[in-house]
Write a protein that binds this ligand. Sequence first.
Ligand code: NAI
Ligand code: MG
Length: 485
Amino acid sequence: MKLRDLWFDPSHLYIGGTWRPAAGGDTIGVTDPSTGEEITRIARGLPEDVDAAVAAAHEAFAGEWGALDAAERGRLMMRLSELVKARGDTLAMLECLDVGKPLNQCHGDVKQLARYLEFYAGAADKLHGETIPYQRGYTVMTLREPHGVTGHIVPWNYPMQIVGRSIGASLAAGNACVLKPAEDASLSSLALASLVEEAGFPKGAYNVVTGFGGEVGAALSEHPGLHHVSFTGSVGVGRMIQTAAAKNVVPVTLELGGKSPHIVFDDVDLDDALPTLVGACMQAAGQTCSAASRVLVQRGVYEEVVRRMAAIYETMVAGPAPDNHNLGPLVSAKQKQTVEGYIAKGGDLTIAARGKIADTAPKGGFYVRPTLFRDVDPDHPLAQEEIFGPVQVVIPFEDEADAIRIANGTEYGLVAGIWTRDGGRQMRLARKLDVGQVFVNNYGAGGGVELPFGGVGKSGHGREKGFEALYAFTRLKTIVLRHGD
Ligand code: NAI
Ligand code: MG
């Protein structure tokens, strides 16, 4: 199937408020992961296009966009949020065809995008500095100023949510943005550009350059015209982004995924916990940075949890994304291959259960059967490395100390979930886990627009979402005024 009659041209870049082909005139095929077929083409941007986008953002910041009152920025963002909701059905379907995520989950992503824009719209004129008590005869104040031009490199797993949280906070703080979406998931960022235009944003406040990571991504992260870089993706690329930023001496925010533990104690209400134990990993077919991919279970309920999780796995079906199965395909042939490689690495382990691939699933689609491994050694690669697919490992533990040791025993530290009714234990664990977010008797999979989010260790640094993200997108200036008694 070819995508036709879109209201924007996906083969164009959006730079300085105008749509144009890439400097080299080349395009990249867009694949529907449910079928493996090409549905349209996007522009293959080049470093020259990045130069043009950064220049356009500078012009916007020095010009009309930078001169707007904070309240006016908020109004524009609120209008954009309304437009996202109004075009919600189309945006959801575009994302579904582009990334292979079940349509109902794409509707959830649209809602989150609109909600990020709404949250940050409301915050734009409430972001203020402080006055600081100092010596007699002085008044000291701090100003929260925008950095200027910010670069945003986003992955393919939650394009709308990640663009919403990153661009939303940056624009609200008054920066002009240059966005490089993932080559496997650029359509929603381009669609958003058309809505930015319709909302009436000054030209150059939001620029999109599509293309390959090694071309556009590298050129953007190394660009000396940027004042801040925000990146979500793999550890390897994150390291390159930070190195490039170091050369330009600019701040970075890195969100690099994880191997998040879900810890289940004997005293838990299993009926309550079970759907979440599976769902917190299977969302987006396991391609979630905060996926609860390790389930740590105390001995007393271990067999029961494995048996009941296995029963859920046996009902799970991976199928075409528009048909709303439990999960869709993975985003690309490459990701399918990576995940199947991991499943093969588990050859010495016990598979507790596997789900199915729908009979209706086209042969060319990138489907992987959901797979549950049991009795996995905490040091096994499947319990240590981010798989980014529908694969979960279950690990037994004896007591609280054992649970903490295993939970903290990877290089990552993004999110953790704890299931216990013991209040003291909830708090002890929450404080001892080396992660950025802890969920007690629930698991938000990083969700919650209001909730600061980010990791420790190889999961990255800096916080996105909530008010915290706004601070990251500003630079603080201290003004000391000597006026005398
Ligand atoms: P990736 O890190 O290569 O891609 C993320 C973004 O970085 C994309 O926009 C890509 O075009 C860009 N990029 C790639 N190379 C670049 C470079 N040299 N300079 C600047 N930007 C560059 O991730 P990939 O290859 O798509 O996925 C590989 C693994 O990364 C996954 O299996 C998963 O484990 C992890 N990952 C984690 C994500 C998270 O949410 N934390 C999201 C996506 C991937
Ligand atoms: Mg695609």
